[in-house]
Design a protein around this ligand. Structure first.
Ligand SMILES: Cc1cc2nc3c(=O)[nH]c(=O)nc-3n(C[C@H](O)[C@H](O)[C@H](O)COP(=O)(O)O)c2cc1C
Length: 223
């Protein structure tokens, strides 16, 4: 851990400048050769801080109500879409994720309002990092989303695995995203196609500061 400044509520000017930063960063990503960008609206990063009624204590137009709290996410998405085109923009959300004591009042209404606004902007996908107990909300958001839906499903502390592919088969989602299993298996698509074997994610190495647990897993060919 390193020292960090005490956060402060952004001024209106800072909010406008930050939205412009997202747009510029997206333009730079495309110029650098990326196919598109995923806005990070999950896990307590800035966009979710605006969505959260515990982090966002504003009483101006950027907080204080569902419409206020979703406004920053929508304005960031609008600016990025205007900059690089909606077909290059997706967003990651984590409805109800309690990480770092995040609390989201009016959870269902907030995300339904947000997703409706994002659909109007024409983003290519919504990527939901699901929290345990929120499958119903996942289904509701998927039901109102007109484009591709990506799910990082809630798996009660186990890494998302091959069993979760059933969620594509049964129509819960269009695509599954993998975190820890992909980290441990750089050739994950090939392993899924042949039904394993899979290396086990080495959690003791995570956030340890060196390559261990990140880039030291054997590929099938080496195995
Ligand atoms: C080592 C490690 C680092 C991660 N870092 C981030 C991060 O920086 N930002 C983020 O939103 N999620 C991060 N995640 C969460 C993953 O994106 C994913 O949501 C989580 O691992 C659950 O999916 P899984 O069961 O497929 O692993 C990280 C996960 C792991 C294992």
């Amino acid at each position: 851990m390193k020292p960090f400044p005490v956060p402060h509520a952004l001024s209106e000017e800072e909010i406008v400048a930050t939205i412009a930063d997202f747009a510029r960063a997206s333009r730079n990503a495309i110029a650098a050769g990326f196919d598109g960008v995923e806005l990070h609206g999950a896990n307590g990063y800035l966009i979710q801080q605006f969505l959260s009624s515990s982090a966002n204590q504003r009483s101006d137009a950027w907080g204080g109500s569902v419409e206020g709290r979703v406004r920053f996410a929508l304005e960031v998405a609008r600016a990025v879409v205007a900059e690089i085109g909606a077909e290059k923009v997706g967003i990651r959300l984590s409805p109800g994720n309690p990480l770092h004591d995040i609390f989201e009042e009016d959870l269902d209404l907030s995300y339904k309002t947000l997703v409706a606004g994002l659909a109007e902007l024409g983003l290519v996908y919504v990527h939901v990092l699901e929290t345990d107990g929120h499958r119903e909300l996942t289904a509701a958001l998927r039901g109102q989303w007109p484009h591709a839906f990506i799910l990082n499903p809630a798996t009660r502390r186990n890494p998302t695995g091959p069993a979760e592919l059933a969620l594509v088969e049964d129509g819960t989602t269009d695509l599954i995203s993998y975190g820890a299993l992909f980290l441990a298996n750089p050739d994950l698509p090939a392993r899924l196609a042949q039904n394993g074997p899979f290396n086990t994610p080495e959690r003791s190495g995570f956030f340890g500061g060196d390559h261990r647990g990140y880039t030291d897993y054997p590929s099938l060919a080496a195995g």
